[in-house]
Design a protein around this ligand. Sequence first.
Ligand SMILES: Cc1cc2nc3c(=O)[nH]c(=O)nc-3n(C[C@H](O)[C@H](O)[C@H](O)COP(=O)(O)OP(=O)(O)OC[C@H]3O[C@@H](n4cnc5c(N)ncnc54)[C@H](O)[C@@H]3O)c2cc1C
Length: 386
Amino acid sequence: MQPTDSYDLVIAGAGIIGASVAWHATQRGLRVAVIDAKGPAAAASGASDGAVSVASKRPGLMANLADASLCYAREMAQHNGILKGIFHPRPTFIFARSAPESAALDRLTRMLHDQSLSVTIHQDGAAQTSAISGLGKDITRVIELQGEAHMLGYQATHAYLRAAKCDLFWPRSLEAYEPGPEGVRVFTSAGEMNCAQLVIASGIGTMGLLPNVPMIARSGQLIVSDRGPASEPNLPGPLTSAAYLLDKTANGRGDAGLPVVIDPLHTGQVLIGSTREDHGTERQTDIATVRRLLHSAVGCLPRLAERRIIRVFAGVRSASLDGLPIVGALPEEPNVVCATGFEGDGICLSALIGREIAAHLATGQSSPDLAALTPGRFSSQEAIPA
Ligand SMILES: Cc1cc2nc3c(=O)[nH]c(=O)nc-3n(C[C@H](O)[C@H](O)[C@H](O)COP(=O)(O)OP(=O)(O)OC[C@H]3O[C@@H](n4cnc5c(N)ncnc54)[C@H](O)[C@@H]3O)c2cc1C
């Protein structure tokens, strides 16, 4: 395909969401251009863990969407599908060290049962019955979940973009746009483009483009260890504190302890993270936070004390004020679709969101499952609870 200035669809943002939309849209025959201010997976998608987890979602809509996305991504990883070798099924281990954390595990058990989700509890008991050896003495209970997965955001982003027959331009920023009856004029840092429809999937960059869509930038610090000795058993899946569930769901953490996830990488390294801080500086890591995370991680898995830390970094998540992603056509601007606010769930939801947005763009029909995510929900409210 030769580059042109006129497309069926321009997507601003080559993170995992924009890339998934691009691939799904080209599968439907749309002529697509993707532009990015910095480059593919340059922002949150390249600075995340990659848990494809239903257990960490709020009960109700978010858990259902995560489950649907997980099942769809699993399909795309089979039979030489686009996510083959990128989407890795694995168990998740969630532990409790305190009464509030144990209560969170009870709620999780009920949610998985009540919502008939595809993730199942394989084992629920004391630490010594778990498949993981050498847990810290404070851990009183571990649940093993089967059916969850891991997918590195940058790998999926590149896979989608490689396979999509689209034009990719970077560095090229969306600066402004003008919708009209014939389509959308797109003003970029490298000149004007024209398209029938525009998708704004610019992560926290969306804040400057759509000031009426209220968002916050929430950063997270992550720690990467060395590989450790060859004799050391790798974890079969991530070890997640139930405080992390409390922090991510509406319940609040209370006195449950510091949320921590110890996530094994296929290289033998371990990823330890991640904080949720209400500011948006991707370069800011601090020694006090890193020390607290490490202290908590070593308490959960004492053998980590032997590891060396080789990298500490931060990424920034785009979050909405009500905790739900912001997905759908803008009010009064049906040719402009927004897809942002995925906070800590964008890797997990990317498969489903890409498919559903592409279906909407190609057919004009929106999935009723995504109705609650519409950006229009903010225009009808005077004050949005933080
Ligand atoms: C520390 C951390 C851990 C995480 N862990 C997980 C996890 O375990 N599981 C999970 O599901 N999610 C996780 N997430 C969240 C996940 O990374 C995000 O939800 C997801 O990457 C969002 O993807 P996106 O495409 O919407 O945004 P981004 O990846 O941020 O992409 C947006 C793109 O838009 C570009 N852009 C910005 N402004 C413009 C503009 N004006 N014009 C053109 N391009 C522009 C940027 O350069 C960027 O490439 C984590 C995030 C962080 C930070």
